[in-house]
Design a protein around this ligand. Sequence first.
Ligand code: PLP
Length: 434
Amino acid sequence: MQTENLIRQLQKNIPVLWTNPHFHDVDSTDSVTAELSGLRLEAIARWQWLESFIKERFPELQSTAGILDAPLIELPDQYQPLGAHPETGRYLIQADHQFPIAGSVKARGGFYEVLLFAESLARQHGLLKDLSPSTALGSDEARALFSQYRIGVGSTGNLGMAIGLMSAALGFQAEVHMSVEAKEWKKQRLRQHGVKVVEHSGDYAKAVEAGRQQAELDEKAYFVDDERSKALFVGYSTAATCVQQKLAMQNIEVNAEHPLLVYIPCGVGGAPGGIAFGLRQLFAPHVHIFFVEPCASPCVLANLASSALANEDPARDEVSVYDWGLNNQTIADGLAVPTASGFVCSVMQQRLSGVMTASDEEMLDRLRQLYKQTGIKIEPSAAAALLGPERLLNTTEGQTYLQRQHINLSKATHILWTTGGSLVPEEIFSSWLA
Ligand SMILES: *Cc1c(COP(=O)(O)O)cnc(C)c1O
């Protein structure tokens, strides 16, 4: 689809599927890939090393046998995406809405970055020695050290929750910078856990900038940068290994005959980008990844489509949805981001199959349908994933993509990544149903 057409449709709130002209079957092996790939393997090893500490520190994890992951489950028969039938493959959901402790995908990256920082501080201060992580990071000495440091983050909500809760649990001072769109219940929950919430007028990008600037003035402050952080990205990327293990346990193959199609809701790009990077490393060329963004906030789409058009590197991150005449107003608060991460867009340029958009009406409608038919509770941002298969199956762009890639759907596996929602209070959830 021509970019001008695309913009015109989005301005009218008409959902689209954009397939990526730069998509490559095989991933490049440039220096950025090599670096991220090394960091991803390091992160997998780090999670293993930290396992005993995490289990001990979070009694909540007893219900998940100490595992910091969420289940990959069959999409219940009662709910079927529009246009989906058995000949179009098997439908699973990666239930990150149930992610332990923080209730969203953000825990994958957020917990990792906080733990990485804690480990590096403990190392610098000679607290690690040859001790087990439980002894070293859980000691009174470590807690006293951490309490001198402030961890800050700018967030529309869920990232703040993940960073805030993990930082506070380790003994850090935690500070979450939030924009006006952020929901009151999230602010309250953070405050209850001893996290300081700083409210900013203006949008998400401004909250991030304010937080970043404040942290630069203080040498005992550490700022988790949603737009630029490699640690977050790498933390998210480890989700791919979890998926690989769960697929293997369910005897689900991924190969030329059994392609994997993945639909992930996207805000600034970090979470879906990290996950996509990991999945491409493990399964390319047999995995096809689509991001789903709100019609009013398609920031990754704006970046990738504009750079494709201008033949430029997507690393520049100044393209915003406002430039496209869109207003960034959406019920999907986790995805209400006007400008994508340039870093993520440049990593995704050849790895992403495409971007789909979803309207607020559709997200609410699918959220209600899923709940009524299966009892599963997700938030509107997560409901964006449910639109993925129908956008692929029911559009000319989608059909063209499937043909061009020689994808036979009958043996395909679709993963709909439901990114958040289990912590949403009852009264808020009811308001979405009404
Ligand atoms: C943050 C978030 C996303 C997208 O993650 P980004 O890193 O912002 O792209 C998707 N779903 C939910 C529920 C989120 O909170």
